[in-house]
Design a protein around this ligand. Structure first.
Ligand SMILES: C[S@@+](CC[C@H](N)C(=O)[O-])C[C@H]1O[C@@H](n2cnc3c(N)ncnc32)[C@H](O)[C@@H]1O
Length: 348
């Protein structure tokens, strides 16, 4: 018979309490997992039975997450427990450590972090860091958690830059969030200089912190600016650049309510909400891009799959502004997600 969620929680708490007790005086305890499965072994157990192994804790929390409807229950449990054990992944812990008994402190820490996951906090905020391409970024709510598709956007920019001049390029990122795009570009291209702007104070602070952690702060300027409200300042202070990159808010407002509770409860809605047609910030980028970019400069945008044809149409209707739609790229799942544009100029 499967144990109920409150019962599983109780079992884990009991393991901690019992283990705390174990540190002082022995207490009688029945085999924990046998009890969880409804088959108590009976009789007082040794003090070591109070404790859980890494593997047992992982199984127990996976079950708790499953029963409370938390998405990716197995991965959630693995990431949190690996983090507490000082590793990035369970695989990197190695099988020998899976049978290691948790200390009181580790069990308590797992309990506290997994309770956050039960409240639907994303794992990235719980463990406070996340890998993006080949860098590790500090994560903090409500700053947007970088998504895997954005790694593809960076790959696209890098392959174009490496195929052309590569070095000595000045780039502008609109909506830097945690700094994922700017910092991974800076990490890959030692000659690159980046100006990153975001309307959110939290995002600007986190990008700066991540830049310092990665020792990339000397080639990055971060400013709290709103692409719409501060357009004049942006044009006056930061143009022209060779490259503009953005993963702007592009979710259609009416689609927001259908997003996962992890997103709705914890991530900044301004990072997601692109207005009725998802184009509020995108359109402003398209309006300013011809003035922000040098002749021959390029803009790379990540959007909803419905946006590339609309972006192309807008650019063609405003051809006099000097922007040309170069191509659409699909993500690994085949959805058209990335638009590449070019500022036309003499000789380009
Ligand atoms: C989808 S998130 C992308 C964050 C980061 N670049 C990434 O890919 O992980 C969009 C970001 O744009 C910022 N943003 C939204 N509206 C903006 C505006 N009008 N001007 C500047 N930044 C804006 C949000 O604060 C958020 O950090």
């Amino acid at each position: 018979m499967a144990a109920s969620l409150p019962r599983l929680c109780g079992l884990f708490k009991r393991a901690i309490t019992c283990h705390v007790g174990c540190a002082g005086r022995p207490q009688p305890f029945r085999g924990l997992l046998a009890t969880a499965g409804g088959k108590a072994t009976g009789g007082p157990a040794s003090t070591s039975a109070c404790r859980l192994s890494v593997q047992q804790a992982m199984d127990l929390w996976r079950q708790m997450f499953e029963r409370s409807g938390v998405s990716e229950p197995a991965l959630s449990s693995q990431y949190i427990i690996a983090h507490v054990m000082g590793a990035k992944t369970i695989e990197s812990l190695g099988s020998r450590r899976l049978s290691e008994m948790l200390t009181e402190r580790q069990a308590q820490c797992i309990w506290e972090l997994c309770r956050k996951r039960l409240s639907r906090m994303p794992v990235q905020y719980i463990i406070e860091e996340w890998d993006f391409r080949d860098i590790t970024l500090k994560m903090r709510p409500p700053v947007f958690i970088p998504r895997p598709e954005t790694e593809e956007l960076v790959g696209l920019v890098l392959s174009d830059l490496l195929a052309t001049q590569g070095a000595g390029v000045a780039a502008l990122e609109v909506g830097c969030g945690s700094g994922a795009i700017s910092l991974s570009l800076l990490h890959a291209l030692p000659q690159l200089q980046v100006i990153a702007v975001d309307r959110s104070r939290d995002a600007v602070a986190l990008t700066r912190e991540n830049a310092h952690r990665l020792r990339l702060q000397d080639r990055l300027e971060v400013h709290q600016m709103d692409m719409i409200l501060d357009a004049e300042d942006l044009l006056r202070d930061w143009s022209p650049v060779d490259l503009l990159v953005s993963n702007p808010p592009y979710v259609f407002s009416q689609d927001l309510a259908a997003l996962e509770p992890e997103i709705l409860k914890f991530e900044d809605s301004d990072a997601l909400d692109g207005g009725a047609d998802g184009l509020r910030v995108i359109q402003q980028i398209l309006t300013l891009a011809p003035h922000l970019l040098k002749d021959g400069g390029r803009a790379y945008l990540e959007t909803d799959p419905r946006h590339p044809p609309l972006i192309r149409q807008y650019v063609e209707e405003h051809a006099a502004a000097g922007l040309r739609y170069l191509r659409t790229h699909r993500d690994v799942t085949g959805r058209p997600r990335f638009s590449v544009l070019k500022k036309e100029g003499a000789g380009h």
